[in-house]
Design a protein around this ligand. Sequence first.
Ligand code: R5P
Length: 316
Amino acid sequence: MTGPQKPDRGVSTPGSIVLAMPGNEALARQISERTGMSLGSLETRRFPDGESYVRLLTEVSGGTVHIVSTLADPDPGFLALVFAADAARAQGAGRVNLIAPYLAYMRQDKAFHTGEAVSSRSFARLVSSTFDGLVTVDPHLHRYLSLSDLYGIPGATLHAGAVLADWIADNVDKPVLIGPDEESKQWVAEIADRLKAPFTVLTKTRAGDRNVKIDVPDLSSWGDRQPVLIDDIVSSGRTMIEAARQLPQKGSRKPVCVAVHALFAEDAYDRLAAVASMIVSTDCVAHRSNAIQIAPVIVEGLRLLGQTSRRTEAAS
Ligand code: R5P
């Protein structure tokens, strides 16, 4: 996945432009190189009182604009993202899509206590009223079956399983894949199938944001294999840390830890590094553990989104 890429011009429509919100420049450049879409630019800054200023520096009239903004830690940058989308529309962009490799606010998907905001619904409403389409990778779908249960715009829901499997195949000898909880089974089972490797899924009980209990069975029958712990999100890190900590006590080795979305809040990375043999992630969220490029997956998502948008336009 390194070296010069032949542009996949099939996903680019005339006048397609990729714009990066701050911090997303590397991914936007890779998407531009892989698709032949031109790379636009914008200026963002804060007024002295903390309000956001956004100015498009690229002509977008008549084109489709794809704004790249991963949504880890979304609160500080979300308004600027909305302003950028509105500025593109005001400048005559035909369509304005959001490429958000990590989609925020997917986990508070019900009111667990009276009066709690269901932030996944509110956030989906704000994004859906701002953009025409959404491309994202492995959103945390738990109580919602699909993104369309939440979002009112066409979307491409992509999966990192193939690129995670490629990385494991290239870097880990004789893997046994381990999911730390029932929800991770979807990734672990798919990757195990691709690699023709054994897998198991552990049982997790969460008592709070930073309080998880994981039951790990005896794993000594796979003692000659390298354990690879796989999860979609590492946030507080407690899920991965608790699973990784127990493996050597259960007849296994220190695991390689693989995540799609490397949020790593507070000291989560250092704590995990103390019990893991290696930590890797996709670049859906920029982090020092990034080792797996997500751009090829995103380019495929743009193709799918283009097909869906054309079908929707033809039907209306
Ligand atoms: C939850 O069900 C997800 O799949 C992850 O296991 C979870 O988000 C990890 O969170 P943390 O790193 O805070 O334990």
